[in-house]
Write a protein that binds this ligand. Sequence first.
Ligand code: PLP
Length: 415
Amino acid sequence: MHGSASRKTLSSTKTTATSSKAGKPASGDTLPDQILRALRKVLPDPQRTYALHEPQFKGQELNYVKDCIETSMVSSVGAYVNKFERMLEEYTGAKHAIAVVNGTCGLHMALKLAGVQSGDEVLVPALTFVASANAVTYCGATPHFVDSEEPTLGVDPEKLQAYLEKDTESRSGFRVNRKTGKVIRAMLPMHAFGHPARLKELMKVAQDFQIALVEDAAESIGSFYHGQHTGTFGLLGVLSFNGNKTITTGGGGAILTNDPELARRAKHLTTTAKIPHAWEYRHDEIGYNYRMPNLNAALGCAQLEQLPAFLKAKQKLHGLYQKAFREIEGVALFSQSARCQSNFWLQTLILQRGRERELEPILEKLHEQKILARPAWTPLHQIAPFQSFPYMDLQTTENLAQRILNLPSSATLGT
Ligand SMILES: *Cc1c(COP(=O)(O)O)cnc(C)c1O
């Protein structure tokens, strides 16, 4: 098994060495008090608001954006889109990268290109951002929610395999959900908070059950699984460059694939399916206007140049949090699995089982102090638009969602 959240070695009595501001002995402190005190070692300024994740623009951003404006290449034509795509290919090792207006539409296109059609089902973790499931519905398909595991926070491959064996069957080369009669066309594992899911095992499940694998790598630029960049394992993978992600283009995303034909189709579909011609408007299918504007790509080039520095700062921040939380009983800082390199997009504390009720008071306390920590997403099968869709047993997801606390994680905090 892969490693999980870091272990505690010492008992809570250690924390009695320091006293709270009110002069109470620390041993009488509540968990929210202890967490706040630990956080103040890393986030020391009580006047400051600590956002969950903020971008940093200290490279060539202004120069490249200025260049777009001065040459009036701000929109769908310009050199930065190509440049950004080639830089992404070089960094991720994907053979092809196609820049798009956001991660959500990238997922829409990737699923469509993987063959997802109206009436299909797509396996989606219930523990993900709503965009994963939204993109499935844009294809006319329905999300089918699957459980995640505690060691990686990603889809649990063994549990998924057992479920597929029991509740689905093979019909003329397709995997069909016995209950709904629908074809399970694809699975969309997601690398939660930047931590790689168990891709090797998930790819085996996908292969065994003839299900296409598309990676929602929206949170994981800079994360590697067994030395290979996330988003490059599936038939296609999708990155996001939204303002709260590790690097940002304002809004933006990219589709990654190693298949030249899928790459050609992705570019064509996301640029209105226009047949190249100097003046004629001819389109050979219904396309989409999903191309990333040059202005955003210019920002992206500047941000990508700084990615190694951001990753280093985020790694350092992880070390600072590790040190601060080492002696707090009842919580563990989530760390990376063996042979995986996480980008530590978000730093995550996991409350011990049995302490679920303390999550809310912790969030209240931290927000009072302008430390804008966040819980995990509400599991998607529990929110109104998705309540009627199929799901497997989701015990781990439901429990994890009550124990996850994401901490301020900006690269600036580690520099
Ligand atoms: C951010 C995110 C997306 C969507 O990306 P946008 O660029 O905001 O559309 C999709 N999936 C996950 C898991 C995300 O975190």
